[in-house]
Design a protein around this ligand. Structure first.
Ligand code: PCA
Length: 179
């Protein structure tokens, strides 16, 4: 990691029926020289909090983490989709119905980071990782869209709920090494 690269790492608070969020545990565990930010699981407030942090810290790179309900591999998300949809609603009780995030923007935004290479680096280090084409249409996707609008040097990392924190932390550290 070059010392002049400013990296912002974000995680989410618990949501829905979850008492904890693995992304928050991983954020707490990270010791690297990065700026850390915990986000609310709110379609409206999460982008506001992210944008305030972007204004303040002017990051070159944004690595956002969120909890995935299932799976046994960490997912490196390639795209953010310009849509919000949720049957259960966010932590504010907001229930978007196939709502565009930004009607003027493209239907999807793509990271400029080499997800396949980053994934291969993680797998070679023994970390269970795969590339994914959709972060869903919930708040994780919403925040990835916001991060990519600021810089395409953004990456969303979905961590399965039942993964151990140490493995997930090592994966984030491996990703940070790239910079
Ligand atoms: N996971 C949710 C939102 C917050 C989180 O940690 C998601 O996948 O959209």
């Amino acid at each position: 990691m070059q010392t002049n690269v400013r990296i912002l790492v974000t995680a989410f608070e618990p949501f829905g029926a979850n008492d904890t969020n693995i992304s928050q545990k991983v954020l707490d565990a990270i010791k690297a020289d990065v700026t850390k930010l915990l986000l609310p699981v709110s379609f409206r407030r999460a982008p506001e909090v992210l944008n305030e942090a972007i204004e303040k810290f002017q990051p070159d790179v944004i690595i956002s983490m969120g909890q995935a309900a299932e799976g046994d591999k960490i997912r490196l998300e390639r795209l953010a989709i310009n849509m919000m949809d949720s049957a259960k609603g966010d932590n504010d009780g907001y229930i978007p119905d196939e709502e565009l995030i930004c009607p003027e923007a493209s239907l999807a935004l793509k990271t400029a980071l080499p997800v396949k290479q980053l994934c291969a680096d993680c797998v070679n280090a023994g970390l269970p990782t795969k590339v994914s084409n959709s972060a869903g249409l919930y708040v994780c996707n919403r925040i990835y869209f916001e991060a990519l609008r600021h810089t395409t040097n953004s990456l969303f990392v979905h961590i399965p709920k039942n993964m151990d924190v140490e493995t997930a932390k090592q994966t984030i550290n491996q990703l940070i090494k790239y910079f």
